[in-house]
Design a protein around this ligand. Structure first.
Ligand SMILES: *Cc1c(COP(=O)(O)O)cnc(C)c1O
Length: 343
């Protein structure tokens, strides 16, 4: 194997080719739309790529550029209205290159301190948009699904710690019919049950409808109930639940109040619609996806907690090989302590 320090001419040429492609692609505001192709059609052109001899970096890059990238639908196309788009800025994509090249492991301050400092600056701004009180903070995740799951695991842990008998119950959460499909998957993953509230006439979850639903629960179900998931901008229609009245009910009923603003969270920065989110500042946790309406490239989600220590109780991983990261002298903010992912 060649030493990493001896770079031959063909490697330099390939690197320049790749950089040229990246610069052109970043500057291209109207990329070809491309179209999906059947796997067998792609295979007929590309063939087997993982071979004993290896196909080489240059061939791999050319196949990607000339064939495979064209079999994708780029989500930053200006006419890309069919799906939830990502619209990363040039600066964000360029810095994605920079952080990849810098090879940072961001789970622990010991190895990732400088990178985590940057994340925390961005997080401070994100938290400031929500209006959550002093002490609220969060971490970045791979996306909204991981953020919602992290928040609900923290919520269930807090609920279980509150009363010993809660440990015996299968947890139950309430959400609305407009909630994102990932809320159901998340409940499956954590083996919790879901009750779906009938929305009001405008398809919004309101405190009144939430209270009706809670009042109609049987005694055991009421004991199992630990959280409410409201939506700050449904993915289909952008509908924002009546967060303030939902917060009233959660407070009265002593329930964890989560707002899934994965899609709509970007609108917190828009004075024209900010008042639609009144009540979000009373949430126990909030999900926002910077890779949707905040101009980050995939993948970048975020989970924010009113009391971040509650998240640490649920998520801090322990293991012999991890202890060195928590040595004296390596003290700092460890993002992995606050959500389900490590790296
Ligand atoms: C997109 C979305 C999610 C899921 O987020 P991913 O980043 O795709 O994991 C969850 N909730 C809402 C409201 C969404 O719009």
């Amino acid at each position: 194997m060649k030493s990493m320090h001896s770079i031959d001419i063909s490697t330099v040429e390939m690197t320049l080719d790749i950089m040229k492609y990246a610069i052109n692609r970043i500057s291209n505001t109207s990329p070809d739309l491309g179209s999906p192709k059947k796997e067998e059609d792609l295979f007929a052109i590309v063939g087997e790529t993982v071979t004993k001899e290896g196909i080489g970096g240059e061939k791999a890059f050319h196949m990607f550029r000339d064939v495979l990238a064209k079999a994708t639908v780029p989500v930053d196309h200006p006419r890309h209205l069919a799906f939830v788009p990502a619209a990363p800025t040039k600066a964000a994509v360029l810095f994605d290159l920079v952080t990849s090249a810098a090879s940072i492991h961001g789970a622990y301050w010991m190895t990732g301190g400088g990178g985590i400092f940057c994340e925390n600056q961005a997080m401070k701004w994100l938290v400031s948009l929500t209006g959550l009180p002093e002490g609220a903070f969060g971490v970045f995740t791979s996306g909204g699904t991981a953020a919602n799951l992290s928040a609900m695991i923290a919520a269930r842990e807090a609920w279980r710690k509150k009363e010993e008998e809660n440990k015996a119950f299968k947890a139950l959460l309430i959400t609305s019919s407009g909630a994102h499909s990932s809320v159901k998957s998340m409940a499956n993953v954590m083996d919790a049950d879901i009750v779906i509230v009938d929305d009001d006439d405008e398809d919004r979850l309101t405190g009144k409808w939430l209270q009706n639903t809670i009042d109609n629960l049987g005694a055991i179900d009421r004991k199992r109930l630990f959280a409410v998931v409201a939506t700050g901008g449904t993915t289909n229609a952008g509908i924002i639940d009546e967060l303030d009245s939902v917060a009233d009910v959660c407070e009265k009923e002593n329930l964890w109040f989560h707002v899934d603003a994965a899609y709509g969270g970007g609108a917190l920065a828009a004075p024209s619609v900010r008042d639609l989110f009144i009540g979000i500042e009373r949430a126990d946790s909030i999900t926002i996806d910077p890779h949707k309406w905040m101009f980050s490239p995939y993948d970048c989600g975020a989970v924010i907690y009113k009391d971040i220590e509650l998240a640490k109780n649920a998520h801090s991983q322990k293991g012999a090989y991890l202890d060195i990261f928590k040595d004296e002298g390596a003290q700092g903010f460890n993002p992995s302590d606050y959500q389900i992912q490590l790296t």
